[in-house]
Design a protein around this ligand. Structure first.
Ligand code: GLU
Length: 513
């Protein structure tokens, strides 16, 4: 058995869609599981759709997820170049083999001629004109024209394309690891263009030649490529490469949150979630599309979430690190049916990973969120906030949203709680408590708690009378982490100041009620 070699072959036509990232992930997992090689090949032969920056984006996204390729345009390798635009001569050489063995032919029909023919067919009631075995002899190509004329046209440098000759009446069958046995009729295919007028290959030709020369053993890609696979099988046969043809696995579609229809960029905008791993600025359109990274997802969580969109381990276990995925992954367990993209599940995964990350490791991420809001906080404070809030947040920006009270005075109080709990004579009691705290030496949660409990006992007050007020004065809300931990983190002076400035606001709320 040859060593496993898989490839991710994106076209740099824009940012990498989350479905593409899943394809890359599954390829990576199979490579790592089998001790094989993961290749990144950039399929950039369609110059009209080429987008500047897309290749760099793809590389960055793979790197962020920890699934960098072993061979790539940047890394090199023994099978390069890894950008198709740099392999023109290779395709010219190989398409010649097909011309020589009669599997391909020159076609000289101009765009205008093809349009005229389409129109004429339409007028005659045929709306699906196809350049194929049934029509090719009525077109202008090296099969229909006399040899001498073809020769002359080529000698004059007449614009031409090279088409694949597909005979009708045959069934092409192949095995797919996910779909099992797949068959297509050759009538459905048509004589596809292999080499365009600009001398660049089409996707089909370049893809097959490269998969062969790069010794790819498994083609793992999205389901949308399944119909093309019949054509690819015929190309392998035409080249005489059927014996080393790769195995195929076509991944199920990612469906939108309703489970109806393919997940699109528009769904992301409509439902307010990212469909790209990293933020993408479309200079031409002046648009920005959200990214999982910038929205505050951890790459490990995204990877785990994506792994489960189309695959399952066959057990109840849902949390898998990348190396656990490598061990558990199996092409045989890829689902056939489309996978509904449920962002709530994605958030759940993120939460699980935040909880599982140590406070120290989270601290720089937490500090970055505060810094983005204009607050520099110390590593110690960031570690503390990470620990207090990680069970209560889903995405990184939530640390600031739920933790801004650690660094900013409260302006918004939970009025409902105040109306219910704040009594006119509370002021004197809480003033005493503020005095007590102002001189309390040991500013640790446990020591503060004993002092406050002793104060409550001495004044015949229960937790219910004191803690909600304390919490609202401190953070604006009754929710949040342990109250005494909050006091410790906010600090003595600030706690006292917030208690005292809270009274006026509380009286006002009460008066307004
Ligand atoms: N360039 C194709 C794409 O953009 C590759 C498809 C394949 O993996 O064969 O998805």
């Amino acid at each position: 058995m040859n060593p496993v070699r898989v490839r991710f072959a994106p076209s740099p036509t824009g940012p990498l869609h989350i479905g593409g990232l899943r394809t890359a992930l599954y390829n990576y997992l199979l490579a790592r599981k089998t001790g094989g090689v993961f290749v990144l090949r950039i399929e950039d032969t369609d110059q009209k759709r080429y987008v500047e920056g897309a290749e760099a984006y793809i590389m960055e996204a793979l790197e962020w997820c920890g699934i960098s390729p072993d061979e790539s345009p940047q890394k090199g390798g023994n099978y390069g170049p890894y950008r198709q635009s740099e392999r023109r001569e290779v395709y010219a050489e190989y398409v010649k083999k097909l011309l020589d063995n009669g599997s391909a032919y020159y076609a000289f029909d101009t765009e205008a001629e093809l349009n005229d023919r389409r129109e004429a067919e339409k007028a005659a009631g045929n709306h699906n004109f196809r350049y194929d075995a049934s029509t090719r002899m009525s077109m202008r190509n090296s099969l229909s024209l006399p040899k001498a004329e073809t020769k002359a046209l080529l000698a004059e440098g007449t614009q031409q394309v090279i088409r694949f000759r597909i005979d009708s009446g045959n069934t092409v069958s192949f095995k797919d690891n996910v779909r099992e046995n797949v068959s297509f009729q050759t009538e459905e295919l048509g004589d596809q263009v292999l080499m365009k007028a600009d001398g660049l290959p089409t996707y089909h030709l370049a893809n097959i030649v490269d998969d062969h020369l790069m010794e790819i053993t498994h083609v793992i890609r999205g389901e949308e490529w399944l119909p093309s696979t019949a054509l690819h099988v015929l190309l392998y046969r035409a080249f005489g490469w059927e014996d080393t043809m790769p195995a195929f696995a076509h991944l199920p579609l990612l469906l939108n949150p309703n489970g109806k229809g393919k997940l699109s960029k528009r769904d992301g905008a409509k439902f307010g979630f990212p469909v790209f791993p990293l933020v993408w600025h479309d200079e031409a359109k002046g648009e920005t599309a959200a990214g999982f990274r910038e929205d505050g997802y951890l790459p490990q969580a995204l990877v785990n979430f994506l792994a489960f969109l189309g695959w399952n381990p066959g057990t109840e276990q849902e949390i898998f690190s990348l190396s656990e995925l490598v061990t558990a992954f199996d092409l045989e367990r890829i689902n056939k049916s489309g996978a509904r993209f449920d962002i709530e599940k994605g958030k759940w995964y993120n939460q699980q990973y935040l909880i599982a990350t140590s406070d120290e490791d989270l601290a720089p991420m937490v500090a970055a969120q505060f810094a983005a809001a204009g607050h520099e906080i110390s590593p110690a404070k960031a570690t503390k906030i990470a620990g207090l809030l990680k069970e209560r947040v889903q995405l990184l920006p939530d640390f600031f949203e739920k933790g801004r009270f650690f660094v900013e005075p409260v302006t918004d109080y939970d009025e409902k709680t105040i109306r219910k709990k704040w009594k006119p004579d509370n002021r004197a009691t809480f003033d005493q408590l503020a005095d007590l705290l102002a001189t309390h030496e040991d500013w640790t949660a446990a020591a503060i708690k004993s002092a406050v409990v002793a104060f409550m006992d001495a004044n015949g007050l229960g937790f219910g009378a004191v803690l909600p007020i304390l919490r609202v004065a401190l953070s604006g809300s009754v929710q949040g982490p342990d109250a005494f931990e909050m006091l410790e983190a906010v600090g003595r002076e600030e706690t006292v100041a917030r208690l005292r400035s809270g009274y006026d606001a509380f009286d006002a709320i009460k008066a307004g009620a």
